[in-house]
Design a protein around this ligand. Structure first.
Ligand SMILES: [Zn+2]
Length: 268
């Protein structure tokens, strides 16, 4: 399985527009891994996870072609993950395609929004539910419940293929017990997990800071979901987390956690 992190920023990216936080200023001055577009990933160049407002830029930057996608899977409907207007470019009159080359998977809110926005368009939309695995193109995909966006059925995803298992965990929060229970004994080869709040602890429990991240990883370790051989990579970093890429590496690398960055590729 080849995993490519297309974006690793929080809702407003880094540097954030209209922001003078230290991290935004640092990113403007230094560029490199501190520039974080809105979180998204693609597996084996065919399974696209989320379709946010930076998708065009991410594909151009990486030399990727959206025509390779067989599926677009949505975690939830927040604007940084679901840029519904961008879907129109998949079809005529923007090109010659009468049908999109990809199937769309999303929760009820996503499905309804697409049907209302494109009533006459032939998008194939499949509704997804937490803890109900489905098959697509040789992959078994299981949405699982995060503690995020509780007004809808938000998802994290487990991907399984060729004896490998990968957990994509954004946006996450500290999981509910039933999610930890579901994950028990399911060993992951790789976990990509949010660390939105970095070094800043807030009362909001729909995102993880560094402390919460350790808490979640400790439970996953106790559960048998991760072990010393599991690759752990962070994503969905906010400028409000007061942590540059380097500072995150100093804090997390000693614990065997890699800090994700835009364009990072992972092979499992
Ligand atoms: Zn988000």
């Amino acid at each position: 399985m080849h995993i490519r992190l297309l974006g690793t920023g929080g809702a407003d990216g880094i540097p954030a527009m209209y922001s003078n936080t230290r991290v935004s200023q640092h990113a403007r001055a230094h560029g490199g891994k501190d520039i974080r577009s809105r979180t998204a990933a693609v597996i084996d160049d065919v399974l696209k996870i989320d379709f946010g407002p930076d998708t065009w830029h991410q594909l151009a930057r990486e030399g990727l072609d959206a025509q390779d996608w067989t599926a677009v899977l949505f975690t939830h409907s927040d604007a940084d993950h679901f840029a519904i207007d961008e879907l129109q470019y998949a079809l005529y009159p923007f090109n010659e395609c009468e049908f999109a080359g990809f199937q769309i998977y999303g929760n009820a809110v996503i499905c309804r929004a697409i049907m209302e926005r494109y009533p006459e368009w032939p998008f194939e939309v499949v509704m997804t539910h937490n803890f109900e695995p489905f098959e697509h193109g040789g992959y078994t995909i299981t949405p699982i419940l995060p503690r995020h966006k509780e007004s809808e059925e938000a998802h994290n995803f487990i991907f399984e293929a060729d004896g490998k298992r990968f957990l994509y965990a954004t946006d996450t929060g500290v999981y509910f017990d039933r999610t930890f229970e579901y994950l028990a004994g399911k060993r992951m080869d790789c976990v990509v997990i949010e660390c939105t709040e970095g070094f800043v602890h807030t009362p909001y429990n729909g995102h993880l800071d560094v402390k919460d991240l350790h808490l979640v990883l400790d439970r996953l370790r106790a559960n048998g979901t991760i072990d010393h051989g599991t690759l752990i990579v962070t994503t969905h970093h906010s400028h409000n987390g007061d942590a540059t890429h380097n500072e995150l590496e100093q804090a997390l690398n000693p614990h065997g956690i890699l800090v994700g960055f835009d364009g990072m590729t992972i092979e499992i």
